[in-house]
Every structure is written in C-alpha cells, then in structure tokens.
Design a protein around this ligand. Sequence first.
Ligand SMILES: Cc1ncc(COP(=O)(O)O)c(C=O)c1O
Length: 407
Amino acid sequence: MSLLQDNPYRKDFPVVDQIINGKRLAYLDSAATTLKPLIVIDEIDKYYRQETSNVHRGLYWLSENATTKFEATRDKVSALINSPDRKQIIFTKGTTESINIVAQSYARHFLNEGDEILLSQMEHHSNIVPWQIVAEEKKLIIKVIPINLDGDILLDEYQKLLTPKVKLVSVVYVSNALGTINPVKQMIEAAHKVGAKVFVDAAQAIAHKKVDVQALDVDFLGFSGHKMFGPTGVGVLYAKEELLNQMPPYQGGGDMIDVVTFEKTTYNNLPHKFEAGTPSISAVIGLSKAVDYINKVGIDNIQKIEHELLEYGTKKLSSIPGLKIYGTAKEKASVISFGIEGIHPHDLATLIDKEGVAIRTGHHCAQPLMKFFGVPATCRASLSIYNNQADIDQLYDALIKVKSFFE
Ligand SMILES: Cc1ncc(COP(=O)(O)O)c(C=O)c1O
C-alpha cells in the first residue's frame, strides 16, 4: 500500500482524526498553519502544568530548566538551517515580525533617499508593507520583479532591475499562493554582485525543503514556528553576524540590555539585543519538539510524500471541467491554487466546508498577485505530511457536488 493511502504520520496529529459538520475532516490548509504533532502539544502542556517560570532570570530549578530548554531550541533551530552560530538565531513572533525588524533596524538605518528595494510580484503582504512603511519615511524606491503566468520569476527582468542603486532584495522562497519555489540561491548571488543585501521569506519553505543559510549565503531569513508543526507566537530571524552587530535594537526593554542608567544604556550581546521583554516561552520550547519532529521524519521523506500528494492532487483536480490551476511552475511545493469557472471562490469554500473539507479562499495576503492574474481570489488546497489520498478524493468529490449545484 502506498504512503498516500496508508500514511503513517497521520496518527501523530490528533486534529486530523475528527468529524466536522458530520463529515470526516480533510484538512487542506497547511500553508495557513500546519497541524501540530502530539510531541509538540505534550511539551507545551508540560511547561504549563509542571515547568512554568520565566527565562534568563531566576536562580531556582524551574527557571533554570525553562532557560535550558529555551536555549536548546536556539541550538536546534541553528542546526536545522545550518547557521554558523547560535547567536544569529533571533526569536520573534513570526515571519512578519522578522521582516519588520529588518525593515526598521536595517533598512531604516542603512538605506538612503533614492536607494532601491526589489520585491517580487508574488510576495505576501508581510513582505511588502514593512518595506513600504520604511520607504515612505526614507524616500526609498520599491521596484517589482515581474513573473510569468506559470508563476515563475522572470530572471532576465530581475537581472535588468539589479543596478548599483538596489540596496536590498526581499523575496519569498516558496510562494504561499502559488507554490512556486524560487531560485533564491541564484537571485542572492546576482544581488550580491551589485552590493545588495537579500532577505529570504522562508515561511513556506522551512517545513517543506532543506533551508541552508550558509549554502544560500543569504543575509537575512525569516520563518514562523506555526507553519513548521510548531506553536503560534514564535518565529525566527536569522541574519549574518556583522549585520546584527551593526543594527540597532528593534525594541527596548528587559533582557536586551547590559547596563541601564538614566544617562545611557548599553545593550546585551547577540541574540538577546533583539529579544526585549519576556518571550513566548512555551512556544519556543514547543518549537524545539517541532524541529525534533522534522528531523525524525526527515525533510527528504516530507518532500517525497508532499510531492506524491501534489502530483495526485494536480492530476485529479485538473480533470474537473472548468477548473483552472493558478501556479504551474516547474519547481513547485505542495500548494494547489484554483478556481472554477462560474463559481465564486467564497461560495465554493463555504459549500465544501459542509463536506468536511477545509481549504483557504481569498487573496492569500497577496493582493498584487491576484491583480496580476486578474482574479479577486482563489481557492487553495495546501498539503502536508499528514494528508492522504482520501483527503484529496474528498476535496474532488465535494467540488463535483458543488459544481452540480451551479449547472
Ligand atoms: C510566504 C509567507 N510569508 C509570510 C507570512 C507571514 O507569516 P506570519 O503570519 O506567521 O508572520 C506568511 C503567512 O501566511 C506566508 O505564507
């Protein structure tokens, strides 16, 4: 029996085993947030039941235990992305905050009037708006890297945009709305040739492919715990050490200081300089187990099953008359965005919810991308390690049923 029929990972995720609206649940919205395996849930439960205390402060056992676990997560995340040093791993609230830190503490301080920032047409709003805020204040110019109708970045056009005026490129590794896997290594190399720094938004990449910051030679990279089987409320900013040393703190408060007087304050060492206040302790500790889970299953296995699901799902959905898939790049992660002629995506999603199918409908926080495709919204099925053939069949059957209502 194939992995798609008898998926051994499903038992690790309690949410999948549920009846919703009287139907078996088919959870197909992992790009919004992944489900959490039991080891993550248990770890958070344990922290609140037995191990609650603050970190980096107390000299008693509970606090030391929480601090040890908290810092162990940093080591695990550092190893996961092959960071040269653990101090280059900054815990944030999520990808959004990671981008905002770089916009405010790097771009706002080191870019000047007339400098250019390049973003691609397929960016998530969280990789557009933080740059616009700083661009408005500092009179920076944002230019857009175009894509084609398959959802691939036009590398020749990118190359043409790359002049010495470009000081920063910020690009998504894997598009949440299309699934496109961008050639970020090549893009980083090209950007460095004109002296530009690069931020890679790895929100959708981290749980689906190997992310190696040294192999990429990336300057900044961000991702969210909740999209990699971990809890909400925690994310990561990775950056090159020399950049983190140059950048001023993003927020002031406890933990990020060395000595405070009313006259002058000096700051803590990395990574604490960027971690003001009590962090999301349970989330960081839970994230450690999410990394363990990814390592246990193996990123190659994750990719293998997701690829099989993507192939099966694409073939099956493409057989529905009037269904159009948005995003047909050759290098693609397990996201299928689609629309059905004559049916509004919101009607579609609401009706298939009654069949137990959870998909995402809307602009996917990528309004400029929707505008490019000339649609207000798409439906999106996004697949992960716990999905199986039955989930896709259930989506297919639900779509056929809904379609029949409109005929
Ligand atoms: C590609 C991409 N970037 C950034 C984000 C923002 O992540 P978060 O809301 O966890 O900060 C998302 C979330 O959907 C995303 O898909």
